[in-house]
Design a binder for this molecule. Structure first.
Ligand code: BES
Ligand code: ZN
Length: 844
């Protein structure tokens, strides 16, 4: 194989149908399986290669034209494949017959086990996570997205257990040995990574609708967390069916909450799974931001029922066709069903922030990324595939219009149903009938955005004498000498003399804006590019922000790009702080929240600069105090906006962490009343209260928080873990870090302390030492668990000096420390540290 080729099975033999009978032994966490795969061979062959990892095949044969040929089994562990060879050369249809056994381990991938406690006893459910390449850990298969086949799945199990899969049960019959045989309906043609296997005792909430059954499934005792999920599922499903104009094709949909889960949630067709805290919740207990996440997650996974499950990318380089669309559609669904939640703004802000951040590194990658080795797939589930992809789709929708875009998606989904597609198939359907602005160029425009790494910044010179001169260049935080082509940028702009639109095709452009005194580019912030302005124009925009005459999202865009320009050294940090001070005092959502969090991260970065850190801290306190007043103080009003609730907790947290005495006292009192008098803290304030308490805390506080952790459930556990990273006493912080990777913390939550320690001013050096010292066990811990380990590398992005940077570089350059899935994250991290160093040096 040359380096250019993909590592794939090839298309010589294609599966058309799988018959799988699982015989689990849930007490020993092992299972046997009888499998028959119907295949079609294009030419005479006596060798068939399939995927298999960690499975023990005990018998294999191929049946062809009435004869059965026993097969010789040869594993190739490095490729996660197995080759079956027989005496006879076969062609056309044949069946493969296999017997094998596998194990249910704790890796959160494959057909694994997940633990819960019921009546003080440890119990397990069995569940599966196959995306991207773990179906092969559960059954022998052609484990690539383009091999779509139908599946007949059945389980031979104890009669007191419940089996789950993609489809509804067709039958459950008693067998001679006192067990039952549960058979599921045949699935439509689908990819292996979407198959679902589940087994255990569950609580279930049902809702029947004509031709469809909805179920929300939890481990025993958590049924009261299911209602919220049911409500979201039914509502988003109906929105999506009407938006796509394509009925959800399966007769049932399950949403299953799993105690141990590697990702956030997963779109198995007809059997969505997810972390308990990410897909279930309870009114009055679940905080506002978590409730919004639950809704978003359900909408995201439901969107995949079409984008991903019904129509699947042909290969992993099209992962974004799944993930960008799910991101894009989730925002749309939430905006439609809950317009008052203003999710559109939150998602735009969140996705642009995350994607701009990742895509301003030289180590970024195009949305449509080349994947040769499946081992590299895990690392592309990142901000580029999700957030940049989602924003580029939104930019295209904005360009051709909502209706034309929806029609194109409908055509694409109809045409490629039960099949696979590439980006070109999508452009093909968006193009022909799109109306509106110069839609014929859409394929070229979108192709550029999807195939080129990075993004531009557009500088506006003017307005002067009715003219604005535009110039674009690639925006990177570390200068690059690689030249890039000009992006085709759909530019919306607003001036005091009216608004306009151009497609900027070259490096420069001239806008005619007769009589205009100011210009704001990227009106509505629907385009994926930054902007910068001449001094007078920036002042004009500032005055508009101060007078609340610029829309909240446009105001946010102006400030956001100023902060970015300071990072690259184009302007001084003081200029940004001046701007904030001068113009942003009355800022509304989302600018107010953005400023609070910008100031907090700047304070961390400039902690060693006495003058700047005092200035930032002063501003922070002033701002946060104003935000808290705007939110009406500490007490939540009935029926207030979500954004007000979120602003309040952000402001309190910022005040407390910046040392505001009154806030610290009040948070301390709430914590005391809670631990001593069991007076509950409002769920929306808990995170802030725990963090402030920990930041001020001593050994006794540490003990109290650990005590709370032991008893806590779900969201509460994660909040407490997060706060443990805020201890400022190095001894306690170290204890917190050690605790976080110990037996008391589920593998899925072990990132939490590290993540919060990264924003702890006393924690950075210590964090570095700790990660390097514990790297061996961290690696061991996540050996088979995909990208979870990335959080431990990414946390080091907060480092701010050359010495630390070199230590990181040298450490991971050693062969024994490398983790392949982390290669990209490491490059991102080193580049970010380098940028921190430059940023600090530019502002001494
Ligand atoms: N398909 C992914 C799940 C996934 C992620 C599988 C990474 C394998 C590796 C799923 O649709 C997803 O995107 N989940 C997100 C949550 C979502 C709300 C953004 C996740 O897990 O973070
Ligand atoms: Zn997804």
């Amino acid at each position: 194989m040359t380096g250019q080729e993909r590592k794939t099975l090839g298309r010589g033999v294609i599966p058309t149908h799988y018959d799988l009978l699982f015989k689990p032994n849930p007490n020993r966490f092992r299972y046997e399986c009888t499998e028959r795969i119907e295949v079609s061979a294009s030419g005479p062959t006596n060798k068939i290669t399939l995927h298999s990892k960690g499975l023990k095949i005990t018998s294999a044969s191929i049946s062809w034209k009435g004869e059965v040929y026993p097969a010789i089994i040869k594993y190739r562990h490095a490729d996660e494949t197995v080759r079956l060879s027989i005496k006879k050369k076969i062609t056309g249809s044949a069946s493969m017959l296999l017997e094998f056994s596998g194990t249910n381990d704790d890796s959160m991938y494959g057909f694994y086990r997940s633990k819960y406690t019921s009546k003080n006893r440890t119990e397990y459910i069995l569940t599966s996570q196959f995306e991207p390449t773990s179906a092969r850990r559960a059954f022998v298969c052609f484990d690539e997205p383009a091999f779509k086949a139908s599946y007949d799945i059945s389980f031979a199990i104890d009669s007191n257990l419940t089996a789950l899969s993609n489809m509804p049960e067709v039958s459950s019959t008693r067998t001679k040995n006192g067990k039952k045989l549960v058979k599921f309906q045949t699935t439509p043609k689908m990819s292996s990574y979407l198959v679902y296997l589940g087994l255990g005792r569950y609580d279930m909430l049902f809702k029947r609708r004509p031709g469809r059954i909805y179920r929300v499934i939890t481990v025993p005792g958590k049924k009261d967390y299911a209602n919220m999920t049911m409500d979201f599922t039914v509502k988003f499903m109906s929105f999506l069916e009407s938006y796509f104009c394509i009925k959800y094709p399966l007769p049932k949909i399950d949403v299953i909450a799993i105690p141990d889960f590697a990702a956030g949630a997963m779109e198995n067709w007809g059997a969505i799974t997810g972390r308990e805290v990410q897909i279930t919740g309870k009114e009055g207990i679940t905080s506002v931001p978590v409730k919004r996440t639950v809704a978003t997650t359900i909408a995201h996974e439901l969107s995949h029922m079409w984008f991903g499950d019904l129509v699947t990318m042909s290969w992993w380089d099209g992962l974004w066709l799944n993930e960008s669309f799910a991101t894009f559609m989730a925002t749309k669904a939430l905006d439609a069903v809950y317009p008052g939640w203003k999710i559109g703004i939150e998602d735009k802000v969140g996705d642009m922030t995350g994607a701009f951040w990742a895509d301003q590194l030289n180590s970024t990658h195009p949305i449509n990324v080349t994947v040769r080795d499946p081992a590299d797939i895990d690392s592309i589930f990142d901000e580029i595939s999700y957030s940049k992809g989602g924003r580029v789709l939104a930019m295209m929708e904005d360009y051709i219009g909502k209706k034309a875009f929806a029609d194109g998606l409908h055509r694409y989904l109809s045409k490629y149903s039960y099949s696979n597609a590439t980006k070109d198939n999508l452009w093909g359907e968006l193009k022909p009938k799109s109306r509106g602005r110069d839609a014929s160029v859409l394929p070229q425009v979108v192709r550029f955005w999807v195939d080129e790494p990075g993004y531009p910044i557009v500088h506006a010179d003017g307005p002067r004498n009715g003219i604005v001169k535009l110039r674009q260049r690639r925006f990177t935080i570390i200068p690059t000498n690689r030249r890039s082509k000009a992006w085709p940028i759909p530019i919306r702009y607003t001036t005091d003399a009216g608004s306009g639109f151009v497609l900027m095709k070259y490096e420069t452009a001239t806008l005619k804006v007769p009589n205009a005194k100011f210009i704001k580019l990227n009106s509505g912030e629907s385009g994926f590019y930054r902007t910068s302005y001449s001094k007078e124009n920036l002042e004009a925009l500032g005055s508009l922000i101060r007078q609340k005459k610029l829309s909240p999202i446009d105001s946010w865009g102006v400030e956001r790009d100023l902060v970015a320009l300071a990072r690259t050294g184009t302007i001084k940090l003081d200029e940004v702080l001046d701007f904030i001070e001068e113009y942003c005092k009355n800022a509304e959502y989302p600018l107010n929240m953005a400023i609070v969090s910008h100031l907090d991260s700047l304070a961390l970065l400039f902690a060693h600069n006495k003058r700047l850190s005092a200035r930032i801290r002063g501003l922070s306190i002033e701002f946060a105090a104003r935000c808290l007043r705007a939110a009406g103080g500490w007490t939540e009003k009935k029926g207030e906006d979500n954004t007000t609730t979120m602003l309040r907790s952000l402001a309190i947290r910022s005040l407390g962490m910046n040392g505001d005495a009154k806030t610290i006292e009040k948070a301390g009192a709430l914590f005391r009343e809670y631990t001593e008098d069991r007076k509950e803290i409002n769920p929306n304030l808990r995170s802030a209260v725990y963090n402030i308490t920990a930041a001020q805390g001593n050994e006794a506080t540490f003990g109290k928080l650990l005590g709370l952790y032991e008893k806590a459930g779900g969201e509460q556990k994660i909040r407490i873990l997060g706060s443990l990273g805020s201890f400022r006493d190095p001894k306690l912080l170290l204890r917190a870090l050690d605790f976080s990777i110990g037996a008391k913390v589920r593998l899925q939550n072990r990132y939490a302390v590290v993540a919060s320690a990264a924003s702890n001013p006393t924690g950075r050096r210590l964090l570095l030492e700790w990660v390097l010292t514990n790297w061996k066990s961290i690696r061991e811990m996540y050996k088979e668990s995909g990208k979870s380990i990335l959080d431990f590398i990414g946390a080091l992005s907060v480092l701010d000096n050359r010495e630390d940077m070199e230590r990181v570089r040298k450490f991971f350059a050693k062969k024994q420390n490398r983790v392949r899935v982390g290669d990209r994250e490491l490059r991102n991290t080193l580049e970010t540290i380098e940028s921190n160093i430059v940023f600090i040096r530019n502002n001494v």
